[in-house]
Design a protein around this ligand. Structure first.
Ligand SMILES: Nc1ncnc2c1ncn2[C@@H]1O[C@H](COP(=O)(O)OP(=O)(O)OP(=O)(O)O)[C@@H](O)[C@H]1O
Ligand SMILES: [Mg+2]
Length: 237
């Protein structure tokens, strides 16, 4: 039994099998982890080891074969219907390798978009502007994605992921398309967000970036073990 404080993330004994013509393929094999508000955690591991599968299960985009995910008092893996919709809309945010911004909307309009579906309190634009400031692109609010740099686009994507108050930010190789300096700056920004109380989980193949976060976990043979540094993960940085 994993114990942690009431607002943390607890992933308990996750098994994930995919059905294949050759029989079930077990990707996650009794995986457990916890993370607390204020923590930014890197997840490393070879290609195909199950990193995206894990983020998708934590983010409720996929269901585990067995095991539980809890975020604070939300039993994520038990949710369905409106509870599931509310978790996806309000509690968790994703950033991917690709920014997925809508090209016909400005930066601030992209950030506001998820808030339009939520109850309108008339403060969406103020919140979006504040978030753009927090991620360091306040001055780019009215630019269209085509006019933003790769790093700026990912910052806008992060702001969009947080507009409805998410307390967990799941980042699947967010720096995969960025050059070294831009990637490092983005990771530093993610760490700063975590210091404001958001739990950040970031999948990366980049050792230098992993060391910028609070700790690293290595996904190997379906489970997570503490990552001790570059020698352990044979994927090139
Ligand atoms: N829908 C699916 N059906 C069957 N197998 C799948 C499915 N999705 C993923 N897999 C398999 O599960 C394993 C883990 O995939 P996953 O995408 O989680 O790996 P990853 O660690 O994110 O890899 P990468 O670093 O390349 O992104 C792989 O063997 C993959 O082929
Ligand atoms: Mg992946």
């Amino acid at each position: 039994m994993v114990r942690e404080n009431e607002r943390g993330l607890a992933v308990e004994d996750i098994v994930k099998e995919y059905e294949t013509p050759a029989g079930p393929h077990r990707v996650l094999d009794g995986l457990s982890m916890t993370a607390q508000p204020g923590e930014a955690v890197a997840i490393l591991g070879p290609s195909g080891s199950g990193k995206s599968t894990l983020l998708n299960i934590i983010g409720s985009l996929d269901r585990p074969t067995s095991g539980r995910v809890r975020l604070g008092d939300t039993a994520v893996t038990d949710l369905d219907g409106t509870g599931l919709a509310s978790y996806r809309a309000n509690e968790v945010g994703f950033i991917f390798q690709d920014h997925h911004l809508l090209p016909q909307l400005t930066a601030i309009e992209n950030v506001m978009l998820p808030s339009l579906a939520a109850e309108d309190d008339g403060k969406g634009e103020d919140r979006a502007r504040e978030l753009l400031g927090r991620v360091g692109v306040a001055d780019r609010a009215d630019a269209f994605p085509a006019r933003l740099s790769g790093g700026e686009r990912q910052r806008v994507a992060a702001a969009r992921a947080l507009i409805n108050g998410a307390r967990l930010l799941l980042c699947d190789e967010p720096t995969g398309n960025l050059d070294r300096d831009t990637g490092r700056n983005l990771v530093t920004m993610l760490r700063d967000l975590s210091e404001d109380g958001v739990i950040v989980l970031m999948v990366t193949h980049n050792h230098e970036q992993a060391t910028l976060l609070d700790r690293g976990l290595l996904l190997r043979e379906g489970r997570l073990v503490p990552w001790k540094g570059a020698g352990e993960d044979r994927t090139p940085a």
